[in-house]
Design a protein around this ligand. Structure first.
Ligand code: NOJ
Length: 515
C-alpha cells in the first residue's frame, strides 16, 4: 500500500501540551492555547504536529499513564476543543498526530480496577497477572499487595503503569500466561483498535505510538508484536489510507518492514545517528559529536547504522530524526548555537520525516530542577515555551508565577519567539529558511534519494539528495579542504573558495547547492 502522500513533505513539530500555551490563565497549557499558536507553527515551516498524551490521567508520568483513552483531560480542555484543533490545523494544510499508549494504562484506569478484583470478570485478562500473589518470575517487574486478587501484576514502565495483556509469544508457564493468539487477549487488541478508530473518526491524522515494541511478552524477535501491528496497518490501509502511525521502536527494519509502521523514530540510542551527531562524548567527558566544532570526527560512524536502516526500509516507510523530545536533555545543552545551526541543516535535509521539539527552534535551554509528573531528569526539557520577553511569564500564561506548571526561563537572555521573529539573523529565522527550502525542493523531502558523495577524515560530509541537490558540511572550527566542486548555490551558511587544490570550506559551514 502506498504511503500517505502528505508525509513526503511533512516536517513535524512536537508539542508538550502542559508547557506550550495557556489560554485560560490556570497556569497550564491547553488545547485552545495550541490552536492560538498554529499560525506561528505553520509560519515557521512545520506542517504537522505530534501532541504528547492529552487524555484523562492522574499524571504520574505526564499523561503516559492514561486513565480514559476516550476523553481529553479537563486541564487541557474538552473533546470538542481537540476536534476544533484538528479542523483548524487542516484548514492550514497541517496534520495532527495524537499519542497512543498501547502497552499500559494508569492503575486508575477502570479496566485495571476491574481486573484487580478477585472475582472473574470481563477485564480479568486485560492485564498480566500471575496466578499467585507470591509468584513473580524474573525478567519483568511485578507488583503485589496492591489489590485483593491473588496474583502479582506486571508493570510496563513506572509503578503505576500496569502492562496491558496482549499475550505471550513463547509460553513458559501455561498456568497464567496466555498465548498472543488466544481469544482472551484479543479483547485487548480490539480495545486498542477502537481507540485508534475513535480519534481518527474525530479527525486525528494518526498517532505517535509509545513503546510500540512492548505489546507481546516473551517475544525476543518481536515477531508476534509485529504481527499485531501489521493487522492495525491493514485496517488503516482499508479504512483510513491517509492516517499515519509513527513508532517509538527505534529499529526501522522491524518497525516499518515487519510491523507496518509508516515511520519509526530514530532516537539517541547507542550507535544511532543522533547519538553520533549531537551527544557522543569520550571517557574524559569531551564531546565527540560530529557537529561539535572541536571534535573533528569523520561522519562515517554517524552514518553507518542509519544508512543500513535507510537502505532496508526505502519505499516502505520513513525514519524520523529528531532535534530532541520530552525524554532527553535539550540539544542546547550539548551544542552551542553555531553548532546547532548546522545540526538543523542536517536534520532538515535528511530523507524521512524530521521532528523538531517545541522550543528547540529558538534554542530553549535545559533547566534542571525538581521532578514534575514523573519527569525526573526530563523535567528540565519540559519547561514552558518562551513566546515573548515583554509579556508576563514570557507569554506562556497569565497565571501567578506560583501557579505555573513549571516556571519559565527567568534568565535575562532567555530566547523568545517574538523577539527572534523580528531578528533576521535569529536561530528561529534560520530554521524557518531551511524548513521553507525543504518545502520548495522535492529533492530534499522524505522520498528523495540519499547518496554519500564525500565523507572525509577531516570531517567534511557531502551528500546528494534526490536528483541533483547537494548538501556539504564542514562542522570544524577550522577551514577544511575538499575535492567536491560546489555547483549553483541555493543556500550558504558560511562560505567557500575554490583554487587549484580544491574547495576550501569556511569554518562551520553548510552549503546547499545543485549540479
Ligand atoms: C516513552 C515516553 O516517551 C516516555 O515519556 C514515557 O515515560 C514512557 N514511554 C512510558 O510510557
Amino acid at each position: 500500500m502506498p504511503l500517505p502522500k502528505w508525509l513526503n513533505d511533512a516536517i513535524f513539530y512536537q508539542v508538550y501540551p502542559q508547557s506550550f500555551c495557556d489560554s485560560d490563565g490556570d497556569g497550564i497549557g491547553d488545547i485552545n492555547g495550541i490552536i492560538s499558536k498554529l499560525d506561528y507553527i505553520s509560519e515557521t515551516g512545520f506542517n504537522a504536529l505530534w501532541i504528547n498524551p492529552c487524555f484523562v490521567s492522574p499524571f504520574k508520568d505526564a499523561g503516559y499513564d492514561v486513565q480514559d483513552y476516550f476523553k481529553v483531560a479537563p486541564r487541557y480542555g474538552t473533546n470538542d476543543d481537540l476536534v476544533r484543533l484538528f479542523e483548524e490545523a487542516h484548514r492550514r494544510g497541517m496534520h495532527v498526530l495524537l499519542d497512543l499508549v498501547p502497552g499500559h494504562t494508569s492503575d486508575k484506569c477502570r479496566w485495571f480496577r476491574q481486573s484487580a478484583l478477585p472475582e472473574r470478570n470481563r477485564f480479568s485478562d486485560r492485564y498480566i497477572w500471575t496466578n499467585n500473589a507470591w509468584h513473580r518470575p524474573e525478567g519483568y517487574n511485578w507488583v503485589v499487595g496492591n489489590a485483593d486478587r491473588d496474583g502479582a501484576y506486571m508493570l510496563n514502565f513506572f509503578l503505576n503503569q500496569p502492562a496491558l495483556n496482549y499475550g505471550f509469544n513463547k509460553i513458559t508457564e501455561p498456568d497464567w500466561q496466555i498465548h498472543y493468539k488466544d481469544k482472551r487477549v484479543k479483547h485487548t487488541f480490539d480495545a486498542m483498535v477502537r481507540i485508534i478508530r475513535f480519534w481518527l473518526d474525530k479527525g486525528a491524522d494518526g498517532f505517535r505510538v509509545d513503546m510500540a515494541d512492548s505489546l507481546v511478552k516473551n517475544d525476543p524477535n518481536k515477531t508476534a508484536t509485529a504481527l499485531l501491528w501489521s493487522k492495525v496497518r491493514k485496517m488503516l490501509d482499508k479504512h483510513y489510507p491517509q492516517a499515519v502511525l509513527v513508532s517509538e521502536w527505534c529499529n526501522a527494519p522491524v518497525a516499518i518492514n515487519k510491523a507496518g509502521f509508516h515511520c519509526d523514530f530514530l532516537l539517541n540510542h547507542e550507535n544511532k545517528l543522533t547519538d553520533f551527531a549531537f551527544y557522543k562524548k569520550d571517557e574524559q567527558g569531551q564531546s565527540r559529536a560530529y557537529f561539535c566544532k572541536t571534535a573533528f570526527v569523520s561522519a562515517q560512524n554517524m552514518l553507518a547504522r542509519y544508512l543500513y536502516e535507510l537502505g532496508e526500509t526505502q519505499g516502505n516507510g520513513y525514519i524520523c530524526a529528531v532535534s530532541g523530545n520530552h525524554d532527553v536533555v535539550r540539544l542546547s545543552e550539548y551544542l552551542d548555537e553555531s553548532e546547532r545551526r548546522l545540526a538543523f541543516v542536517f536534520l532538515l535535509t535528511l530523507p524521512g520525516t524530521p521532528f523538531v521539539y517545541y522550543g528547540d527552534e529558538i534554542g530553549m535551554r535545559y533547566l534542571p530542577q525538581k521532578s514534575k509528573e514523573g519527569g525526573f531528569h526530563r523535567t528540565g526539557s519540559r519547561t514552558p515555551m518562551q513566546w515573548d520577553k515583554d509579556l508576563k511569564n514570557l507569554g506562556f500564561s497569565s497565571a501567578p508565577t506560583d501557579k505555573l506548571y513549571l516556571d519559565v526561563d527567568r534568565s535575562d537572555d532567555a530566547p523568545c519567539a517574538a523577539q527572534q521573529a523580528r531578528d533576521k539573523n535569529s536561530l528561529l529565522n534560520f530554521v524557518r529558511t531551511i524548513a521553507q527550502l525543504r518545502h520548495s525542493r522535492p529533492d530534499l523531502q522524505a522520498d528523495g534519494e540519499f547518496k554519500t558523495v564525500e565523507c572525509g577524515d577531516n570531517g567534511v560530509l557531502c551528500y546528494r539528495r534526490g536528483k541533483n541537490t547537494y548538501v556539504i558540511f564542514n562542522p570544524n572550527e577550522k577551514e577544511q579542504l575538499t575535492d567536491v566542486q560546489i555547483g549553483k548555490v541555493i543556500f550558504a551558511h558560511g562560505s567557500y573558495t575554490q583554487n587549484y587544490l580544491g574547495t576550501w570550506l569556511s569554518p562551520q559551514s553548510a552549503i546547499i547547492f545543485e549540479k
